[in-house]
Design a protein around this ligand. Structure first.
Ligand SMILES: O=P(O)(O)OC[C@H]1O[C@](O)(CO)[C@@H](O)[C@@H]1O
Length: 629
């Protein structure tokens, strides 16, 4: 779907030298001038963000979400209706189940095993309206700077907008820029794949090492794994090898380079900031590895190293030629960056650009659905609302994703970062402590492996709402003679069985009827009443992978929008990084300049000294400077 809207920036800013901890009323008025003026008269010109700025969509919110009548109604409903009802009794109601079902573009969502009834959904839609979900969604799509703490737009949806879409931010059509870079990636990846771009010794490049961490790694890795066994993609990959180097643990270098011929290897340094320590060190190590094997020439780096980043200066300083940098933009958050050069380059090199483009198309299809479909049938909205319901009203503080597809083995890890880095917050967008539970612990494993691991707890221990993701067809259909069903049917039998086992459980009566002794009976009772959703999709190809990605990205945004938190910053990762800088400095000074460890608590000092006594550090002459700190 082509978009032609440009509503400009549309957020309220307030330039003030006032302290931020003013009493509630004056604080609100001071921060949100739109409250005391007519919202429609607020200037929509882009303005320089100063001390405090909150998107205009929040400025009309005079009551915090948890104090609204809609929130209270859900609390009452949870207490008086849902917590008194067992899923066993709900799931047997076919009419109810029929209503708790939604479909879009081949993707089926059955949420009849959630602890909801149609009335619950009505109340959740009312809450969504009160939280101005539609307006916030629209603000995100049109590029308002909804990431207020970093004064940035949140436009990962523009990364998969079709060519020709117009979306102007600060006078630039960002979709044109996106496509310029995609075309550059198409050209470069084709040159590498068809042997026009060869290594410094003239050998064709067929190995790729993507060096990056967090959002610059998890998305591309999940996508690579999803495609690795897919028919079209695996044929296009041929004997090419794509590996990831993320951990600063030197063991990861060994694993990433193991048995690769440097003459045939291209390293892709992926880092939005190009200052991340892990990535810088790994990039240096791989540079050394290439130079050691191929000679120390500018040509070696030119032929064997490229970068995806927003920081041209740092990339060039590192020694990568500017033409070998594939840029993206500050309005792409790291964990939302797989559709930018971050994913486009490694995936196009490995599988060809066309495969990556299909992935973008799938994501765009889900974007358009999220943007335009009514809340009641909107898959990401439904998932998001159920998340809010389970977390904030039923107090389930974890949730699990079980893809019944081995190819999605890294999907839970990607969604874990996406969601936990986004919604793991303790204050709302106004800087006030949230007074309701937000931000689930996300984890998961492909089925059926997970069943033989942590499902015991899911069935008999804590209640963890689950998402089961299954596919109608396998990427690799196999049938065994003498077996009653195909291997994929076997897998899917589990996909269909587990949600019911969780919902229904097994009563003491049922256990007794199986002839179990009285003392054993309580050990064999399943309480049931454990909520889950089922997503059923056609077959895991590039397009469907794109749909799935966007579905979960938007789920996270919906939850953040309802909870009134900023899902797009991640200051929580900073403190540990700063402390590591201090430790690094002391390790260096102690090891190479004999300085005593100081400035830490007793325990850390003791641990550091033990570590220094037992380890060797660098075996070569050490050159060191603190330039980046
Ligand atoms: O792409 P960069 O700048 O190297 O950052 C890597 C990752 O580090 C984080 O900032 C924190 O873990 C992530 O959000 C980000 O994706």
């Amino acid at each position: 779907m082509h978009e032609s809207r440009n509503d400009s920036v549309g957020f309220v800013t307030f330039s003030s030298t006032q302290p931020v901890n003013l009493p509630r009323i004056s604080y609100k008025r001071a921060r949100f001038p739109a409250l005391v003026s007519n919202q429609r008269n607020v200037s929509r010109k882009p303005v320089v963000c100063t001390v405090q700025s909150v998107p205009s969509i929040y400025s009309t919110t005079d009551v915090r979400i948890s104090k609204t009548s809609e929130w209270k109604a859900l609390e009452e409903h949870a207490k008086n209706v849902i917590l008194k009802t067992h899923l066993r009794d709900l799931v047997t109601d076919a009419k109810r189940s029929e209503k708790l079902w939604a479909e879009f573009d081949g993707c089926i969502l059955d949420y009849s095993r959630q602890r909801v009834i149609p009335e619950t959904m009505k109340l959740l839609f009312a809450l969504a309206k009160r939280a101005q979900l539609e307006e916030k969604k629209e603000a995100m799509f049109r590029g308002d700077k909804i990431n207020v703490t970093e004064d940035r737009s949140v436009l990962h949806t523009a990364l998969r907008a079709p060519k020709g879409t117009q979306l102007y931010i600060d006078g630039m059509n960002v979709v044109d820029e996106v496509w310029q870079i995609l075309e550059k990636i198409r050209t470069f990846s084709e040159r590498v794949r068809n042997g026009q771009h060869v290594g410094v010794t003239g050998r064709p490049i067929k190995n790729f090492i993507a060096i990056g961490i967090g959002g610059s790694y998890l998305g591309p890795e999940f996508l690579h794994e999803a495609l690795r066994t897919e028919k079209v993609a695996s044929a296009a990959a041929g004997d090419r090898v794509l590996r990831f180097l993320s951990n600063v643990d030197p063991v990861d270098v060994k694993r990433a380079t193991d048995k690769l011929n440097p003459e045939e290897t291209l390293a892709i340094v992926v880092s939005k900031t190009f200052t991340t320590r892990e990535t810088s060190i790994n990039a240096k190590t791989i540079k050394d590895w290439l130079i050691y094997h191929l000679g120390d020439s500018a040509e070696t780096i030119k032929k064997h190293m490229v970068a995806c980043s927003t920081n041209l200066d740092k990339v060039v300083k590192f020694g990568i030629a500017p033409e070998n940098m594939f840029p993206f933009w500050d309005w792409v958050g790291g964990r939302y960056s797989v559709c930018s050069a971050v994913g486009a380059l490694p995936i196009s090199l490995q599988y060809g650009f066309d495969v990556f483009e299909r992935f973008l198309q799938g994501a765009h299809s889900m974007d358009a659905h999220f943007r335009y479909a009514p809340l009641e049938g909107n898959l990401p909205v439904l998932l998001g609302l159920l998340g809010v319901w389970n977390m904030s009203f039923l107090n389930y503080n974890a949730r699990a994703i079980h893809p019944y597809s081995e190819a999605l083995l890294r999907f839970p890890a990607h969604i874990q970062q996406l969601d936990m880095e986004s919604n793991g917050k303790h204050v709302n967008i106004f800087g006030e402590a949230v007074d309701y539970p937000v931000g689930e612990i996300d984890f998961g494993e492909p089925g059926t492996n997970g069943q033989h691991s942590f499902f015991q707890l899911l069935h008999m221990g804590q209640v963890v709402p689950c998402d089961f993701i299954g596919f109608i067809e396998s990427q690799n259909p196999v049938c065994e003679e003498g077996e009653p069903v195909s291997n994929h049917d076997e897998l899917m039998a589990n996909f269909f069985a587990q949600p019911d086992a969780l919902a229904f459980g097994k009563t003491a009566e049922e256990v007794r009827q199986e002839g179990k002794s009285e003392w054993l009976t309580p050990h064999m009772v399943f309480t049931g009443n454990r909520p889950s959703s089922c997503l059923l999709m056609p077959v895991l190809d590039a397009y469907v992978t794109g749909q799935l990605l966007a579905l979960y990205e938007h789920r996270t945004a919906v939850q953040g929008f309802l909870w009134e938190i900023n899902s797009f910053d991640q200051f929580g990762v900073e403190l540990g990084k700063v402390l590591a800088n201090k430790v690094r400095k002391q390790l260096n000074e102690s090891r190479y300049f004999n300085k005593e460890i100081s400035g830490f608590n007793h325990s850390t000092t003791k641990l550091l000294n033990r570590y220094l006594e037992g380890s060797v550090g660098c075996a070569f002459e050490h050159v060191f400077h603190y330039e980046d700190e």
